[in-house]
Design a protein around this ligand. Structure first.
Ligand code: NDP
Length: 240
């Protein structure tokens, strides 16, 4: 089993649950973050998981960050592209910066991170890449042309890279979470959130651990026949 796993945005929210689940399963986890320094340090203190600060939307920072991880922990066998932000507004009110930041943080980061590990994965003929998409990349969402475009792009990126990696035992899959109880969703106004929950057939928001469970399944050595797929984890809200 390849041991070193990198999780972008891996110190809080869904990423934290993914880092912890991988750690408990025996992987050596490098949890990346960008701005929440104190939360990352608390996470490190509570879990013992190593933390690594860089901007996943910046190619040069990803190169330097991955080089440090490889030096400290060894070659990267598992990559979870989880970092993401929202900058919601309807298109007619959306600033260019909100478009640009969301595309770079949510989509360009996948290119950056995959590009930094793919050659080593190809040489070692092993890789497990999981990209965190979104139900809103599958179905669209009012006020989120930037986010829906970025997440939809992730799904296309996943299928294309899966074809390139297939002959080298590198699987590339996406997970499309529905609404999960994290700070990102707690930022949604309460009345809007109530309406969202009413549309989820299982009757609750997702838990970060629900997504982590799907990641563990996809990165297992035995999951080598599963590639180019998108696993929806959304309580039945959108069946795609
Ligand atoms: P949070 O807002 O709770 O956490 C986002 C994470 O991304 C943080 O760890 C943050 O780091 C990190 N991050 C943001 N920008 C960068 C960057 N440039 N470089 C490195 N790390 C960065 O989000 P969630 O946990 O809710 O979401 C995680 C992923 O799941 C995202 O991709 C999101 O789009 C997706 N998703 C979430 C859903 C939900 O309902 N919550 C539904 C569908 C998809 P820091 O802590 O330093 O700020």
């Amino acid at each position: 089993m390849e041991r070193v796993a990198v999780v972008t945005g891996g110190t809080r929210g869904i990423g934290r649950a993914i880092s912890e689940a991988l750690n408990e399963a025996g992987y050596t986890v490098a949890a990346n973050y960008i701005s929440s320094v104190e939360k990352a340090e608390i996470f490190h203190g509570e879990t013992g998981i190593s933390i690594h600060r860089w901007d996943a939307s910046d190619f040069g920072e990803c190169q330097a960050g991955i080089a440090r991880v490889v030096e400290e922990l060894g070659p990267v066998g598992i990559l979870v592209n989880n970092a993401g932000i929202t900058r919601d507004a309807t298109l007619h009110k959306m600033a260019f910066e909100s478009w640009d930041q969301v595309i770079h943080t949510n989509l360009t980061s996948c290119f950056n991170m995959c590009r930094c590990v793919i050659e080593s994965m190809r040489q070692r003929a092993f890789g497990r890449i999981v990209n965190i998409g979104s139900i809103n990349g599958q179905a669209g969402q009012y006020g989120q042309v930037n986010y829906a475009a970025a997440k939809s792009g992730i799904h296309g990126f996943t299928k294309a890279l899966a074809q390139e990696g297939a002959g080298k035992n590198i699987t590339v899959n996406a997970i499309a979470p529905g609404y999960v109880d994290t700070e990102m969703v707690r930022a949604v106004p309460e009345d809007v959130l109530e309406k969202i929950i009413a549309r989820i057939p299982v009757g609750r928001l997702g838990r970060a651990e629900d997504i982590a469970r799907a990641v563990l399944f996809l990165v297992a050595d035995e999951s080598d026949f599963i590639t180019g797929s998108t696993l929806s984890v959304n309580g039945g809200q959108h069946m795609y």
